[in-house]
Ligand binder design. Structure first.
Ligand code: PMP
Length: 430
């Protein structure tokens, strides 16, 4: 595969942009390759500067559930641009998108738009603290909630410890109020509440984890979180940046039938434009300025072009819910092909799937939390990834990410992908 143009652009970019990229995982560091520099994308396909065409299962890390450059979404974006790209003033489009989110997700009674998932999570935590007058938050190991200081924390030694910074530049004071527990660990969760219930402002959780690879909540885990948070007046925040409008039109909470107090959205809700949103109970969201005392603002918040893309994307999903069935069926086929190839070629593998999201983990252990995710053979993932890319299949360059199936993936794409999986696994055997 010729990647000369990408290679040259990458080398040059490294002089001017840290690592040559504007978000770290794009640098392909862990897979030891040059990342394809993308020229364009349409439907299920993405094309690089050397004209290599790939079937794309990254989908911009989730937003492109309808596929790239969906004609109706593009049309709305064009129309919005012609009317001016930013006003810094209220618009009808913001109201329309807010109402669409509220109608889709019953636990959300009021919503505020921002420009990224990071910003939405950061703001939601501030609101929860303002509402409860408490400082501590509980997050789970392996869940990613954007890169704001207080959430860039990993577990210190042993369970129930306060977080330690996960990044240089984060003062330990900033994470001293972040408590970390293992995902799916019922005992640890109860213990955190035993020792800290009255200090906790919020529990934040990905209702289906997508950032240690796809990890499903065990039966009763989300229910226990809901029960304990309700009992102790702690705000429950579901981070549905990945799962919102993906696991179902009503998100993961719609699927599991659990209503959090606050929800964070991103990705799909902006139809591929930079958008985040946080919403929830009216009494909680009413804490936000100018109604309440919690300050949060944004020059480009509710941007009209982004709103137009979000509205059209949600409209299509709302009016064609058969999309969810189709993308799940295709994801199921991929899941089956991974398991078949694993058996056929004797490669240990576990597959986790929720609807159109899946991860194939190169391990013998069931992946239920970060510890079990870390048992994966990342060297094996790396060879598998390289062979998939060579076969024209574009997946995330990390073992700990999801495969995102979109509505633009057709049978032909799935068949080609299954052939590529078999080829990649046959090479792993050697
Ligand atoms: N929360 C979750 C669950 C995410 O997956 C992400 C990003 N992948 C974020 C928050 C942060 O969103 P953004 O990258 O838009 O800041």
């Amino acid at each position: 595969m010729n990647m000369e143009k990408s290679r040259l652009l990458f080398e040059k970019s490294k002089n001017f942009i840290p690592g040559g990229v504007n978000s770290p995982v794009r640098a392909y560091k862990s897979v030891g390759m040059t990342p394809p520099f993308i020229k364009s994308a349409k439907g299920s396909r993405i094309i690089d500067m050397d004209e290599n065409e790939y079937i794309d299962y990254v989908g911009s890390w989730g937003p492109m559930i309808l596929g790239h450059a969906h004609p109706e979404v593009v049309e709305e974006i064009k129309k919005a641009c012609e009317d001016g790209t930013s006003y810094g003033a209220p618009t009808h489009k913001e109201l329309i998108l807010a109402e669409m989110i509220i109608n889709a997700v019953p636990s959300v009674e009021m919503v505020r738009m921002v420009s990224s998932g990071t910003e939405a999570v950061m703001s939601s935590v501030r609101v929860a603290r303002g509402f409860t007058g408490r400082d501590k938050i509980l997050k789970f190991e392996g869940c990613y909630h954007g890169h704001s200081d207080g959430l860039l924390a990993k577990a210190g030694s042993g369970a129930l410890t306060t977080g330690v910074p996960d990044s240089a530049g984060v003062p330990s004071d900033y994470v001293k109020n972040t408590i970390i527990a293992e995902y799916n660990n019922f005992d640890e969760l109860e213990n955190v509440f035993k020792s800290h219930a009255n200090e906790l402002a919020a529990v934040i959780v990905e209702p289906v984890a997508g950032n240690m690879g796809v990890v499903l909540p065990e039966k009763g885990f989300l229910e226990l979180i809901r029960e304990l948070t309700l009992k102790h007046g702690v705000v429950l925040i579901f981070d549905e940046v990945i799962t919102g409008f993906r696991v179902s039109y009503g998100g993961a909470q719609g699927h599991f039938g659990i209503a959090p107090d606050m929800t964070v959205f991103g990705k799909i809700v902006g139809g591929g434009m930079p958008v985040g949103a946080y919403g929830g109970r009216k009494d909680i969201i009413s804490m936000v300025s100018p109604v309440g005392p919690v300050y949060q603002a944004g020059t480009l918040s509710g941007n009209p072009v982004a709103m137009a893309a979000g509205i059209k994307t949600l409209e299509i999903l709302r009016d064609n819910q058969c999309i969810y069935k189709k993308i799940e069926e295709n994801a199921k086929e991929l899941e089956k092909s991974f398991l078949d190839a694993s058996r056929k070629f004797g490669i240990p593998l576990k597959v986790n799937r929720m609807g159109s999201l899946l991860s194939a983990f190169f391990t013998v252990e069931n992946v239920v939390d970060l510890r079990t995710a870390m048992t994966c053979d990342v060297g094996r993932f790396r060879s598998y990834f390289q062979n998939m890319l060579q076969s024209g299949i574009y997946i995330a360059p990390s073992q700990f990410e999801a495969i995102f199936v979109s509505n633009a993936h057709e049978k032909e794409d799935i068949t080609k992908t299954i052939n590529a999986v078999n080829y990649a696994f046959s090479r792993l055997q050697q």
